[in-house]
Write a protein that binds this ligand. Structure first.
Ligand code: HEM
Length: 455
């Protein structure tokens, strides 16, 4: 792509188009809760198909303006939306210079509980903090050093979850699932003794609710302090086979530039979308029983068990319903594009559903396509970026895929599940623009699939 200097400015959306982008693309995502989801709003967005409308809005603009970035007509802030796949890849590959992760809106939200987190840092501070995250989460390694211990945690909690579902008239709803999921998350991140420490989760939830409002809401400093003391306790405990232990081992100087404890809230809160993706993937598997059976066979037949098909179903849940629908970057200097120049300090929006659901380029974009993730080239060069990409890619992605795929396998091995009502999602129909995990329910139809098979 020729990015040599062009003196012209980039095309700018009209005021009416800008309002349409803000109201149809940004507002539904902000209203859903950027840092902590608001279940009622998610239900409304699902019911009225607002996410699909947002995608159509951006497609119409890309038809009108062509492929380059489109500046928005916002008087108080420089903003642009990325419409071209190659540009999306370019921005993500050239992070953090000149496309910084430390974007103003993100900073105002995350500043409520992790102001020194790598995502909202820049320069040398970002480098050391990102490096610490990469080492603890073993960003490039599909099998974390503690993977077997994490898998054991998942098995134990899946057993308890199935038993609990049986006592609840064989119905699995979101609150029941979330209870088990949060136990898994606390054990993996903080250690086994945190299993029932709902206080730490609640403290973070309250901080995240405030963070949803960004700069519009004052910081809750006392609560933040209490939460940090709570984390410091688990850091000192450094329980074996927890991410806290790994952090303790990796970073001995608690007050140095990496700000170790400021990285931890991200791990705790980013597990939330992973739980949502697991629940949605379970719905996808119920709607595609043949694929579910093949995933289960794959687990049984291989030693060590292959989780690839279950991982692909989670990736599909994240492609169809991305949990980070807006990836934000901010330019640190003026940048040149084929279509013109973009000034410094412009906030860039990469709207992932627009790329993930683009039927102009992705055959059957609204169908369940797990095979795509099983190919050696994965999704190819098309920006399917549930975990972002490039130097800012999510360093927790392998842990996420490990824990979520293990949980799906553990649930399907122990019982046969069905969506309730069954027509909530159909393998015969296009997948809806949004599937609210808070409004999905399952029926446990038969216990112990394993014993069925061996009988
Ligand atoms: C389904 C679950 C998850 C998804 C979809 C996801 C996705 C993402 C995305 C898109 C980003 C980039 C955000 C940006 O550039 O603004 C990111 C960053 C990050 N994620 Fe995740 N994430 C998930 C779970 C996790 C978990 C469980 C952890 C830790 C255990 C984690 C650790 C991080 C960290 C540390 C960063 C910041 C990286 C940086 O500063 O460059 N994520 N994640």
């Amino acid at each position: 792509m020729d990015r040599t200097s062009t003196p012209e400015a980039l095309p700018t959306a009209t005021l009416r188009e800008t309002i349409a982008i803000i109201s149809q693309v940004m507002a539904p995502n902000v209203a859903k809760g950027v840092i902590r989801r608001r279940p009622n709003v998610v239900g409304v967005v699902e019911r009225f198909g607002l996410d699909a409308k947002g995608i159509r809005q951006l497609q119409a603009l890309s038809k009108k303006y062509g492929r380059g970035p489109l500046m928005l007509n916002v008087p108080t802030k420089r903003m642009a939306v990325i419409l071209d796949p190659a540009d999306a890849n370019h921005v993500l590959a050239h992070t953090p210079e000149p496309f910084a992760t430390d974007e103003a809106l993100k900073r105002s939200a995350l500043g409520h509980f992790e102001p020194k987190m790598s995502l909202v840092s820049h320069g040398e501070a970002r480098q050391t903090r990102r490096h610490l995250n990469e080492r603890v989460l073993q960003s490039d390694c599909p099998h974390h050093l503690f993977a077997d211990a994490f898998a054991q945690v998942v098995e134990e909690e899946a057993e308890t979850l199935v038993a609990r579902t049986q006592t609840r008239f064989d119905e699995l709803d979101w609150p029941t699932f979330q209870h088990a999921w949060e136990r898994i998350v606390r054990r993996v991140v903080l250690g086994d003794s945190a299993r029932d420490d709902q206080t730490v989760t609640r403290e973070l939830a309250r901080l995240r609710k405030a963070a949803n409002w960004g700069f519009m809401r004052p910081k809750r400093k006392r609560l933040q302090q209490r939460f940090e003391q709570h984390l410091a306790f688990y850091y000192q405990q450094a329980e074996p086979h927890s991410l806290m232990a790994m952090l303790h081992h990796t970073n001995q100087e608690a007050d140095s530039a990496p700000a170790p404890l400021q990285q931890v809230p991200q791990w705790l809160f980013a597990f939330d979308p992973a739980g949502m993706a697991t629940f949605r993937a379970l719905a996808l598997l119920c709607a595609h029983p043949e694929y579910a059976a093949s995933a289960l066979d794959e687990v049984k037949d291989a030693s060590p068990p292959s989780m690839d098909r279950f991982k692909a179903s989670v990736l599909e849940a994240l492609r169809l319903w991305p949990t980070t629908p807006l990836i934000l970057r901010q330019t640190t200097q003026a940048t040149q594009w084929k279509q013109g120049e973009m000034p410094a300090n412009t906030s860039l929006l990469i709207h992932t559903p627009y790329f993930h659901r683009d039927e102009r380029y992705l055959h059957a974009a609204h169908r369940f396509l797990p095979e795509m993730w099983l190919r050696p080239d994965g999704a190819g060069r098309w920006p399917l970026v549930p975990f972002s990409a490039g130097p800012g890619v999510c360093p927790g992605r392998h842990i996420v895929l490990l824990v979520t795929s293990r949980l799906l396998a553990a649930l399907l091995r122990r019982a046969r599940w069905a969506l309730h009502p069954p027509d909530k999602l159909s393998g015969e129909a296009p997948m809806p623009g949004l599937l609210s995990p808070f409004h999905v329910r399952f029926r446990l139809e038969r216990h112990s699939v394993e014993s069925d098979a061996t009988a």
